[in-house]
Design a protein around this ligand. Structure first.
Ligand SMILES: O=C(O)CCC(=O)C(=O)O
Length: 287
């Protein structure tokens, strides 16, 4: 497991194969497809809508969606199965490894679902937390700070949507990358990350990356992040801009097994603290 952090730090991403049993995969597919059906029907307003890349997203799905937000929200049918997966050892053990953290240092963050869009759609090349207008110095300063969170894609169907430039989380953009078309389809060194159903991939969200989505290929990829308590103010905008503060207090973790319940309550309390410490965060990227 020590290799996880080495790979993430070197390449900017690391794949862990087969973290879900067949039964878990089936349970999560069922829960997610019900969430997607609600979202496409306009009955779940927390969605990622076409053609918008960054939050805030409107709640009207009539132009199509590419994601369903807030899977831990207690009002979402099946949030129980999704909540159990977010706090499971399959996810949290590698997170603790990657953050060199104990359970008591983890912060609940985001759990969303990325789905097949209603029409072909692509994201621009970006780093999640650094705007494209950043100078070389600004990029390097941010990239040299600790990430204070772990972010993952857990695929429920084989997924080839995420394209990254390996190792680009360790350097500023080259002149060619800065001047490239934001939708450049052949960036020098780019790699399509192939994730099989049941695999999880952790990545540095400041790696240069984009999403390229085919409307004909099923996609249900759980997209989550967990923070480290030391990153509270650095993570606040990235997390709270998604609106999680509005409902986090309503989450009930009573149905989780005992160990997970304590973990979940502790992580939620630290998210709550992050919100109290950082009011009025705004948004990290313009769209
Ligand atoms: O589709 C993906 O896996 C990447 C999504 C992404 O880049 C983003 O949400 O900023």
């Amino acid at each position: 497991m020590a290799d996880l952090l080495t790979s993430l730090e070197h390449d900017g991403f690391v794949l862990i194969p087969s973290v879900l049993s067949k039964h878990e995969l089936q349970t999560l597919r069922t829960a997610c497809s019900e969430a997607v059906t609600l979202a496409r029907a306009g009955k779940w307003s927390h969605i990622r809508t076409l053609p918008k890349q960054f939050p805030p997203w409107p709640s009207d799905p009539s132009h199509g969606i590419w994601g369903v937000q807030h899977l831990l929200h207690p009002a979402l049918p099946n949030s129980k199965a999704l909540t159990a997966s977010y706090f499971s050892d399959a996810i949290v053990s590698p997170v603790k490894e990657l953050l060199s953290a104990t359970d008591d240092e983890l912060v609940m963050e985001l759990y969303n679902l990325l789905v097949r869009p209603d029409q072909d759609f692509a994201l621009r090349w970006h780093r999640d937390d650094i705007p494209p207008t950043a100078t070389v110095e600004e990029e390097l300063k941010r990239l040299n700070e600790p990430a204070w969170h772990a972010q993952w894609n857990l695929a429920l169907y084989d997924d080839r949507s995420l394209v990254v430039v390996p190792e680009s989380h360790r350097r500023a953009r080259t002149e060619a990358e800065r001047n490239a078309d934001p939708y450049e389809s052949n960036m020098l060194g780019q790699k399509i990350v192939e994730i099989k159903a049941g695999d999880v991939m952790f990545y540095d969200n400041n790696i240069l990356h984009r999403g390229v989505y085919d409307a004909t290929v099923e996609r249900m990829t759980l997209h989550g992040s967990i923070g480290h308590v030391k990153g509270s103010s650095a993570r606040a905008q990235n997390v709270l801009q998604h609106g999680v503060g509005a409902w986090v207090d309503e989450c009930r973790f009573d149905d989780l097994p005992e160990g997970l319940k304590n973990r979940a309550n502790g992580m939620r309390a630290r998210l709550h603290q992050m919100g109290s410490d950082n009011p009025n965060v705004g948004y990290s990227q313009d769209d």
